[in-house]
Design a protein around this ligand. Structure first.
Ligand SMILES: Cc1cc2nc3c(=O)[nH]c(=O)nc-3n(C[C@H](O)[C@H](O)[C@H](O)COP(=O)(O)OP(=O)(O)OC[C@H]3O[C@@H](n4cnc5c(N)ncnc54)[C@H](O)[C@@H]3O)c2cc1C
Length: 475
């Protein structure tokens, strides 16, 4: 450190930034400050409280294949960690079917006619690709057609994917499938149905969950930040100053409008990458600003409905791809841990995908609740007179969208940021990588270790083999 006022600055107190902070805590010679825009830490890995009810922003399961991350989790949550056998269903073709879908369940849900069409279409696609070769796999549509045939693609993959991402499958990059549902094909699904249970499957079917909600993890990390280090909430990073190949200072605006300028020796950031680029001072070159501005994110509104019944279903998640139903997925926090709700009542949390500023985003909670009650009634889950209260939470930039062309934009931006030798880009929106929290924790831990002198490759985290979910979407 060249200036005694310099600190390590961590931007964002989500699970990634807090993991970095936790690993740096205890190195008294390397003091840090965390700037967090929101009134409390945790980001999207926080658990909210509403009256007697606790809820995640969409149920968060924890699983990892990384022993050091598992060990980290156990250190944080200790006795409070539950092991849960997952039970999920999907409302598919007008009925509830176990999820992730097995070949057997899918064909059964399609009925005799639909199953025959699926098998025939699959056979037709196989013959065609054997004779003429598989079509190029740039888009998600082509990726799915090459593995499932047209019928299954249209009745299952297309509807759910377009409802989730809000863009046509022809405009969605195949990278999404490669990262999220890699390894899945009709043939593999049939094999899976016959052989049952591999290592990956057991991973998917059993997960860890903290007794008081996923946010117990981030709460434990935030509570560990102690003098001389600081975690400052309601501090919005507005400018990131740089000179040569270094980030030199970070400016944050407090909620009262005043600002603080913090000289920094190392900068660990989990800001959305487009916001980081926009905050650079002096400004980034126009082509970098343009490329980062072209990256798009999907936002969400979650709706909590409090119900005067002890339980709605035994499921952890219920997926609802049907386009005529507004929400995409539901979870019942009580089924994840009994401590999330009182014994005689329950609550459900519905996830609505949207773009910031659209009708769903701007909708009144009362209107959303009324529509939700009608939808839940239509699929036979909830009676209107069970509902006694509700609340909503808006989540801007919940997911990066892998729209066609995003990779070129991202490469340009990350290529530019690579010049800053003391900048560590970690977390979901900073890395523009759609994966699960264990990877973002790993990024935080390894960024901190790099600050301490290691040389981990942060860019490779979350792209490891073997993490794909045998279904459309989990996190
Ligand atoms: C619906 C849903 C379900 C999910 N389910 C799972 C699951 O089952 N299992 C799992 O492992 N993961 C799950 N995830 C993923 C997980 O929630 C996120 O990936 C994780 O929280 C990302 O952590 P992060 O630290 O990268 O980002 P965030 O949680 O977004 O944290 C970033 C922090 O930076 C702050 N910030 C942003 N800009 C500024 C600024 N300018 N100045 C200061 N602070 C700023 C934000 O307020 C926020 O607190 C799910 C995510 C969603 C949306």
């Amino acid at each position: 450190m060249s200036d005694s006022n310099e600190l390590i600055v961590i931007a964002g107190a989500g699970i990634a930034g807090l993991s970095a902070a936790y690993r740096l805590q205890g190195h008294a010679d390397l003091p840090f400050v965390v700037f967090e825009r929101a009134p409390r830490a945790g980001g999207y890995s926080r658990t909210e409280q509403y009256g007697d009810f606790r809820f995640d922003l969409g149920g968060h399961r924890f699983y990892t294949k990384k022993p050091h991350v598992q060990q980290f989790l156990e250190e944080l949550v200790g006795e409070g960690l539950l092991t849960v056998d997952r039970l999920s269903r999907i409302f598919f073709n007008g009925r509830f079917v176990h999820y992730p879908l097995s070949a057997f369940n899918t064909l059964r849900a399609l009925g005799v006619g639909g199953a025959a069409r699926a098998v025939l279409d699959y056979a037709r696609m196989k013959v065609k690709t054997t004779l003429a070769g598989a079509g190029p796999e740039g888009t998600f549509e082509q990726w799915a057609l090459n593995r499932f045939g047209r019928y299954l693609y249209e009745v299952y993959f297309k509807v759910y994917t377009e409802k989730t991402w809000g863009v046509p499958c022809t405009d969605l990059s195949a990278d999404f499938a490669e990262q999220r549902i890699r390894g899945l094909s009709f043939r593999e699904a049939v094999k899976d149905a016959i052989l049952r249970k591999g290592e990956d499957e057991s991973l998917v079917r059993r997960f860890h969950y903290p007794r008081r909600g996923f946010g117990q993890i981030t709460d434990a990390m935030a509570a560990a930040v102690a003098e001389p280090n600081r975690l400052l909430t309601e501090h919005d990073v507005t400018a990131v100053e740089h000179e040569g190949d270094r980030i030199t200072a970070v400016v944050a605006r407090r909620s009262d409008g005043t600002t603080v300028r913090q000289p920094c020796c190392e900068f660990v950031t989990s800001l959305a990458v487009d916001e980081l680029v926009r905050a650079l001072d002096p400004p980034a070159p126009p082509e970098v600003l343009q490329a980062s501005g072209a990256l798009r994110y999907r936002s969400m509104v979650v709706l909590l409905l409090v119900l005067d019944v002890p339980q709605v279903s035994p499921d952890h998640w219920i997926y609802v791809p049907a386009p005529h139903i507004g929400f995409c997925r539901m979870h019942e926090p009580k089924n994840w841990s009994a401590e999330m709700a009182p014994p005689d009542r329950t609550a459900v949390v519905l996830e609505y995908f949207c773009q910031k500023g659209d009708a769903t985003w701007q909708g009144e909670p009362d209107d959303l609740a009324a529509a939700a009650v009608a939808d839940l009634g239509a699929i036979g889950l909830v009676e209107p007179d069970w509902v006694s209260a509700w609340t909503t939470v808006r989540m801007n930039k919940a997911y990066p969208i892998y729209q066609l062309g995003y990779r070129d934009h991202l490469d340009l931006v990350t290529g530019y940021l690579a010049r800053f030798r003391n900048l560590y880009n970690i977390g979901r929106n900073a890395s523009f990588l759609y994966t699960s929290s264990d990877h973002y924790m790993d990024m935080g831990l390894k960024a901190a270790e790099n600050v301490l002198g290691h040389d981990h490759d942060l860019g490779g985290i979350g792209r490891e083999e073997g993490y794909a979910e045998a279904g459309q979407r989990a996190e």
